[in-house]
Design a protein around this ligand. Structure first.
Ligand SMILES: Cc1cc2nc3c(=O)[nH]c(=O)nc-3n(C[C@H](O)[C@H](O)[C@H](O)COP(=O)(O)OP(=O)(O)OC[C@H]3O[C@@H](n4cnc5c(N)ncnc54)[C@H](O)[C@@H]3O)c2cc1C
Length: 281
């Protein structure tokens, strides 16, 4: 079992990884890509850096953390679940157990804004939490990749009537369910979700699960019961969320969306995790 699993290999996640290593903790950093920095053409406001492309800075950070002995896995996290003594973190090809989790997943965006009015009224972000309520019902899943497949596999034993809506994306995994590739243009229903509109077609549904793109802070928060302020994770002064053992740092907690703040958050969250774990022992 790891002491900590850090999700994210941007400035917050890697800086945390470096400090966790210095504290002698058994930590693993998991990241699926270079995060926001990969999109930044030029960074010139970071201490003593001069000018550098965001991508070069991200790669430099990754090399530096690796050379300092930080254990980094390039994978996508598709779920986090509770264990009696910690958490289970599932990626597309592995499963790990850990005492604590640090979410450094970058700016969270709810990629399916149509869902908002029906949250808790037929819309769900978590198959394991809400699947049971849709036993033998007609449901849909919005998604196209491993993350969707993870939710589908959980829901399959509960009902035979599951339609996959890729919402304009190419399907990246094999499924034997009905697949609709066109974009969903509307969700309909008075007090709760009753149907979705795709092109000119109206498809009746009892529930719709959102598993679009990859797990982000927003969907993880819905799944784990973490407190959100709009789309930012809420943490205390020790970078801990409302769930003991789950910490968050960097853009994911909002505030100044800058490298310097993300790196500082990462270091301070590592310090807080070290104190938390030592308190537990
Ligand atoms: C276009 C642009 C220009 C910018 N310019 C500047 C600038 O000039 N100066 C400045 O200081 N800042 C700038 N920024 C902001 C800066 O890039 C961010 O503040 C910083 O990268 C945040 O770091 P972070 O570690 O919190 O998140 P990110 O760097 O976004 O890293 C998030 C990490 O989480 C990982 N992740 C997310 N979900 C999962 C999952 N399910 N499984 C596994 N891994 C996951 C991602 O792969 C990534 O590794 C810019 C950002 C953009 C988009």
């Amino acid at each position: 079992m790891f002491d900590t699993i850090v999700i994210g290999m941007g400035p917050a996640g890697l800086e945390a990884g470096i400090y966790l290593k210095r504290y002698g903790l058994n930590a693993l950093v998991i990241g699926k890509d270079l995060g926001a920095l990969a999109l930044a053409k030029e960074i010139e406001n970071y201490y003593a850096l001069g000018k550098m492309s965001g991508k070069d800075l991200a790669v430099k950070g990754l090399k530096e953390a690796t050379s300092l002995g930080v254990l980094i896995n390039h994978q996508e996290v598709i779920s986090i679940d509770y264990l009696d003594n910690g958490f289970s973190v599932k990626t597309t090809n592995n499963q790990y157990e850990t005492k604590t989790v640090l979410l450094a997943t970058g700016k969270s965006r709810n990629s399916f804004s149509l869902a908002k009015p029906y949250e808790g009224k037929g819309i769900s972000y978590c198959a394991t939490c809400d699947g049971f309520f849709y036993k033998n019902k007609k449901i849909g899943i919005v998604g196209y990749n491993n993350y969707m497949l993870h939710e589908l596999n959980y829901l399959k034993p509960l009902t035979n009537d599951i339609t996959i809506f890729t919402n304009g994306n190419e399907l990246e995994v094999e499924v034997d369910n009905k697949v609709i590739k066109d974009k969903i243009v509307a969700l309909n229903g008075e007090d709760k979700l009753e149907s979705v509109t795709v092109g000119n077609e109206i498809i009746k549904l009892d529930g719709l699960f959102i598993a679009l793109g990859s797990q982000n802070a927003f969907t993880l928060a819905k799944h784990l019961g973490l407190m959100l302020n709009k789309e930012d994770l809420v943490v205390d002064n020790n970078y801990m969320t409302n769930i003991p053992g789950i910490f968050a740092a960097g853009d994911v907690i909002g505030g100044m969306l800058q490298v310097v703040k993300a790196a500082s958050d990462g270091a301070r969250a590592a310090e807080a995790i070290n104190k938390y774990l030592r308190g537990l022992k």
